[in-house]
Design a protein around this ligand. Structure first.
Ligand code: ARG
Length: 451
């Protein structure tokens, strides 16, 4: 085996410290991109063949080797050495060793600039689809819970003070609506990600007859990204939007966690985490801690910080490629993994949570119904301001009791019509995303299967 070579090696000595600095974390981070670069490379190879720049044999040999690299990468057995810098170099070196002259041709009509943009776009598309699946699963948990316990009364709080009668259903419904909003944001994200960077080279187009729409179709994109300069300008811009959606997904989980930290602890105790979801203390034998909820909250903060990081790295740049863009990879990868984790853990918590009905019932004080008692008077013709004053006096005198009329009239439950509207909206968004998923799965599934 020959020495791994940098793609741009001119035979000149390189300062080792500077090389380490410019390579940075790429050899580790790019492991995540190997699969996506193999897919992008396979589409590029087929496009070169279509342009008459590779023979059928060369194409078959390159595709076979790309499939082999991909299989090794999936098994964690394809290394990227620091000398190789990144996944693009590691793959091209491997192809050069295994495919002879064809390996020398694979970089025809491309640059690492459009190559890495394509790999990141495929990575983000994959994770956006996973976010969608995670959100759908979370919504299913919330609505399943709601079907079971939705009618259980629960105090509604404002300023963290008991305010009005609400219900477990109303609480669950709120989080399901927020998850639906994010599902739609993911759909929008997928639309933004739906164009193919390949065939734009270093950022100004390629002087070879490459059929870019063909490349785009092979990779399951709706279209080729038209402006070569915008391909580079959108690197970082799309990553920031991706991380923004990830952070907003995390923020839903965060609010659930914040609620549960209050409602599972004393003096509320409305819900209980099963022992399997809690952790203990090394010193206090009696403790059972909701670390999981606190880390959900902590991670949401971390993902918000990734958006800020991306804004700073990609901001202030003039048009076209700059090496700064390499630093957009780490926060994007963390946003993807973090949001996915939070969705899975959040759904598990919602599935396992126990509802303590007796605690909830005990918390439904008469005073929560004070506004409803005023409304009962309003129904009998008393002007609201007068009813408000009368009930207020009773409360202050300590004699207020919520009678059956006030209790029966109270709002705070979720009705079936609202829920069926929500279910229809979720199905609609999920259906749009499923169409994209089908197109992507079909394209990606076919690409590395030679033929
Ligand atoms: N690791 C680099 C990045 O993420 C790959 C592209 C290198 N391109 C270049 N012109 N130096 O941006």
């Amino acid at each position: 085996m020959s020495e791994p070579r940098r793609l741009w090696d001119k035979g000149e000595a390189l300062d080792a410290r500077i090389h380490r600095f410019t390579v940075g974390d790429d050899p580790a981070l790019d492991r995540e991109l190997l699969h996506w670069d193999c897919l992008g490379s396979a589409a590029h190879v087929r496009t070169l063949q279509r342009a008459g720049l590779l023979t059928a044999d060369e194409t078959a040999s390159l595709l076979g080797e790309l499939a082999a690299i991909d299989a090794r990468a999936r098994a964690g057995r394809f290394d990227i050495s620091p000398e190789q810098e990144d996944c693009h170099t590691a793959i091209e070196n491997h192809l050069a060793q295994r495919c002879g002259p064809a390996g020398q041709k694979v970089h025809t009509g491309r640059s690492r600039n459009d190559q890495v943009a394509a790999a990141m776009r495929l990575f983000m598309r994959h994770h956006a689809l996973r976010f969608a699946a995670g959100l759908e699963a979370l919504i299913a948990e919330l609505l399943g819970r709601l079907a079971q316990d939705g009618g259980v009364r629960m105090p509604g709080y404002t300023h963290m003070q008991p305010a009005m009668p609400s219900s477990v259903g109303q609480w669950l419904h709120a989080h399901a609506e927020a998850a639906l909003e994010q599902l739609r944001a993911v759909e929008d994200l997928l639309t933004r990600l739906d164009s193919c960077p390949l065939g734009t080279g270093a950022g100004f187009g390629v002087g070879l007859p490459l059929d870019r729409e063909y490349t785009a179709r092979l990779l399951g994109f709706a279209r080729a990204q038209r402006s070569p300069i915008d391909v580079q300008n959108s690197r970082g811009r799309l990553e920031t939007y991706f991380a923004r959606v990830a952070a907003d997904v995390a923020a839903i989980i965060e609010k659930l966690a914040c609620d549960l930290l209050i409602y599972t602890g004393p003096p509320y105790g409305f819900f209980e985490l099963p022992a399997a979801l809690t952790t203990g203390s090394s010193i206090m034998p009696q403790k059972r801690n909701p670390d999981v909820l606190e880390l959900m909250r902590g991670w949401a903060g971390r993902l918000r910080a990734r958006v800020v990081e991306l804004e700073w790295v990609r901001g202030k740049l003039p048009s076209s490629y700059h090496r700064d863009l390499q630093l957009t990879k780490a926060p994007t990868l963390q946003a993807a993994a973090g949001a996915q984790d939070l969705l899975e853990v959040g759904a598990a918590v919602m599935r396992e949570l126990a509802v303590r009905k007796e605690r909830l019932a005990a918390a439904m004080s008469d005073e929560l119904y004070a506004t409803d008692a005023a409304y009962a008077l309003v129904r009998r013709g008393v002007p609201f301001r007068e009813a408000y004053a009368r009930i207020g006096e009773q409360v202050r005198a300590g004699v207020f009791r919520a009678d059956a009329g006030a209790r029966a009239g109270a709002a705070g439950l979720v009705d079936e019509r609202v829920l069926s509207e929500l279910r229809a909206d979720v199905a609609e968004a999920a259906g749009q995303i499923a169409r994209i998923r089908e197109r992507v799965d079909a394209a990606e599934g076919a690409l590395l299967n030679c033929g």
